[in-house]
Ligand binder design. Structure first.
Ligand code: BES
Ligand code: ZN
Ligand code: ZN
Length: 484
């Protein structure tokens, strides 16, 4: 999907309509539009309801007119516009329209935030994963012409770039695990680094062992596909002493290990590297937008499978941070891979704050389903910035308290920590408390995106499968930390 900033008319024209009949950016609808609105009401009972779309053929000009509902004017936000635009894109795909144009006679109705949201949704909504089909398949809608005043074009371009970064993340997640091995993910990241403008270094198995990444090594050891630590660096503020660390869970396949998963739980587990796809996508956006901020991202990629040399429940393993861990469940592998990535980011890359994201626990998924993600933080200011960033992105995040008393569930007489609590309560909190032991005292947010990173259905501008959820939130977090 390409976004072109010009007046040129597409095959179809779109308008956004409130449920009081007002058209966004068209205070006095011209004659054809007024007729279309009348027809839509009378023939199709369309009255600008949120997420409703009505198609009217303008026989005189041979164009298709699409009306998309926005609902209540009082409740109108950037998220309303994203959702409404997603229905437009889907309607265009259903009707096999290849190009559309959106324009506003009076663009004073738009803010930069709205222009960005509109562009994001136009780019995100029509995505499908087609890379593995033997016959190449075209995307339903190819081009959207967006006619905006100069003052809003840069915001819309930022939105288009964010949409493109989300699509990169989706593509990485949707690639099946037989293709998306740790080394393949590293190669794809190198290619993205070249394209978007950030540096990529890949540490191989020997280097991983030499660094003392024993927790990562334990998870990775049963796979014929060796692990890889992918380090991405972007220096947009060379004078600044601050560097944001982004850490993404990169388990390219999670079978559970010897604590083997059951039945239907296997099929979607290629998406257990979605956290890394999110930080990679965020790096693409941050670099392309040339934000004045330093960001270093780390993804410790590996596969959690079984073989005779697999790590076992009861094993006591080390970590780069130095703490010893008794493995209670080999299926709680994500936290083991993340802690070595976090220690590496803090000690070797000298990041000064950290945000990690990953598909860590079923417990997080059960909390809010695919509607939102729980997060924890050790730093009020960083946590508040992250919440703001997510709000800007239209991604729902909910802060969960780090309940100190729950630390007792990770206590172990023969090692410094257990990797999971024996009790099946508070799984998201105990996993967070475990991770916190490896933050080296840095301001930290941890986002458990097990819910929204993988979708069983399209949800507005989010698409089925890998969703790229979190890319835009992390981008906005970096943007809030940038030198103004
Ligand atoms: N990758 C899973 C978490 C997950 C589950 C993500 C479902 C997406 C959908 C993670 O590695 C895992 O297996 N976690 C365990 C932890 C438990 C053993 C403490 C879980 O949540 O069951
Ligand atoms: Zn697992
Ligand atoms: Zn996992």
């Amino acid at each position: 999907m390409e976004l072109i900033f010009s007046k040129e008319a597409g095959r179809a024209r779109c308008w956004f309509v409130f449920n009081n009949g007002e058209v966004l950016g068209h205070p006095q609808p011209e004659k054809t539009l007024a007729l279309a609105l009348k027809w839509a009401k009378e023939q199709d009972d369309f009255g600008g309801e949120a997420n409703a779309v009505c198609t009217v053929s303008d026989l005189a000009s041979g164009t298709t007119m699409l009306l998309a509902g926005l609902g209540d004017k009082d409740a109108f936000t950037h998220e309303t516009l994203r959702r409404s635009a997603s229905q437009l894109v889907r309607a265009c795909c259903r009707k096999k329209l290849k190009s559309v144009s959106v324009g506003f006679a009076d663009p004073s109705c738009l803010t930069k935030e709205l222009a960005r949201a509109l562009a994001e949704s136009l780019v995100m909504s029509g995505y499908r994963y087609t890379a593995c089909l033997s016959k190449p398949q075209e995307e339903g809608l190819d081009i959207a012409y967006l006619d905006l005043p100069e003052a809003l074009v840069s915001a819309a371009k930022e939105g288009a770039l964010l949409g493109a970064a989300v699509r990169e993340a989706r593509e990485l997640v949707n690639e099946p695990a037989n293709i998306q091995t740790p080394l393949h993910l590293a190669e794809e990241t190198q290619a993205l680094g070249k394209r978007y403008g950030f540096e990529v270094e890949v540490l191989d198995e020997q280097e991983i062992k030499a660094l003392g990444m024993k927790a990562l090594t334990a998870v990775a050891q049963a796979s014929v596909n060796p692990p890889a630590v992918i380090v991405m660096r972007y220096k947009g503020a060379p004078e600044s002493g601050e560097t944001l660390g982004l850490i993404g869970k990169a388990v390219t396949y999670d079978s559970g290990g010897l604590n083997l998963k059951a039945g239907a739980r296997f099929i979607t587990m290629k998406h257990d590297m979605a956290g890394s796809a999110t930080v990679i996508g965020a790096m693409c956006a941050i670099a392309a937008a040339k934000l004045s901020v330093n960001v270093t991202a780390v993804a410790a990629a590996c596969e959690n499978v079984i073989a005779g040399n697999a790590y076992k429940p009861g094993d006591i393993i080390g970590s780069m941070g130095g703490k010893t861990i008794q493995v209670n469940s080999t299926d709680a592998e994500g936290r083991l891979t993340l802690i070595d990535a976090m220690t590496y980011a803090a000690r070797k890359e000298k990041v000064t704050s950290m945000a990690d994201i990953g598909t860590l626990t079923g417990a997080a998924r059960r909390m809010f389903g695919d509607y939102g993600a729980p997060y924890v933080t050790t730093d009020r200011a960083l946590g508040a910035k992250f919440a703001d960033a997510a709000q800007t992105a239209g991604e729902l995040v909910i802060e969960i308290p780090l309940i100190e008393d729950m630390k007792e569930m990770l206590r172990c007489p023969v090692a410094d920590l257990l990797n999971t609590a024996a009790a099946e309560v508070g799984g998201m909190v105990t996993s967070s408390l475990f991770l916190r032991e490896f933050t080296e005292g840095l301001p930290w947010v941890h986002i458990d995106a097990a819910g929204p990173c993988w979708l069983e259905r399209d949800i507005y501008y989010e698409t089925k499968g890998g969703s790229g959820w979190g890319v835009r939130s992390l981008y906005h977090l970096a943007s809030l930390l940038a030198e103004k």
